[in-house]
Design a protein around this ligand. Sequence first.
Ligand code: AQP
Length: 351
Amino acid sequence: MTTTAQAAPTAERASQSPARRRVFSGVQPSGDPQLGNYIGAFKGWVDRQDEKENFFCIVDLHTITVDTAPDDLRRQSRELAAALFACGIDPDKCTLFVQSHVAAHAEACWILNCVTPIGWLERMTQFKDKSAGRESVSTGLLDYPVLMAGDILLYSAHEVPVGDDQRQHVELARDIAARFNRIYGETFVVPEAVIPDVGGRVMGLNDPRVKMSKSFSHVRGHAVRLLDEPREIERSIMRAVTDSGNEIAFSDDPDRAGVNNLLGIYKVITGGTNAQVERDFADARGYGDLKRRVAELVIEELTPIRRRYYELMDDVAELDRLLAVGADHARSVSDPKLTEMKEKVGFVLPS
Ligand code: AQP
């Protein structure tokens, strides 16, 4: 298994070809990873890991912006690392690390806070959604996108592969980079969001008007979780909300969002075109057939991931070692960038 291979030493990996485009992306250890995370993010990370220089981060500093029990956070961080390696993230090709292991992220956030107008943050839809109906909201939740900007800019990432829900945050990271460059001189690469054409927004199976989310994965029928047993996956997909029609075709019609969602999942996993996908269902007898075939495909895709996950969780010491190697390499890239930021803003650097 690739994950048990020795990761290349830090210095050797740091000297890899500078011509390769840098990629940075993150995921919160905020619950059970779900099919939307896999389709919108992890699958693309794995599929393209040979082409780019990749930094993937388990963003635990982001997770504490909303109430999170300490024991849950600790457990979920390791589980997420195991899930990512199980999906195929190869530690010889990618740097996978935990955000709180690299102090530069919190420091960069503070400096970037001081060039970010507060109005930019108040406009963020994720902030509005996550703060809606709460009596008290942490400053961290408002500041979430600045921390994310720091994550990306510290690694001079050209590309940020994310699901559609993170598009606005990457736009903000671009604005912050451009503003810092304007005030203090050229410092940051201005990154671009890379969002899949299909699968960038996998919708809830119980309500195709809302995004599938880890936070709702405990709600029955909302999500397929990456580690669900086949019977559970089948049950969730067979119960997916569709419409009263019977045509199995891609559509922009909001009333047909449920069918569109299932076809999108099928399309990303098979890698087919819209026409190929629709042809595959030409002989289907109604939505029952569609759901059954999508469920079979998802089960086939996730079963080896679930098996690898449990093997990895059997050796937590090895998992922690891989994360320590990842953090060492991450520091070797982010620390010099942080020093450059400090110099630019006028801090006296320690001798
Ligand atoms: N439903 C989705 N469809 C496509 N992509 C998705 N992503 C999340 N949900 C979907 C993408 O997964 C990556 C990691 O997400 P995250 O953990 O950083 O936070 P998130 O976007 O807020 O994901 P969740 O599952 O909805 O988490 P909670 O419930 O904790 O907020 C990102 O690239 C994201 O776009």
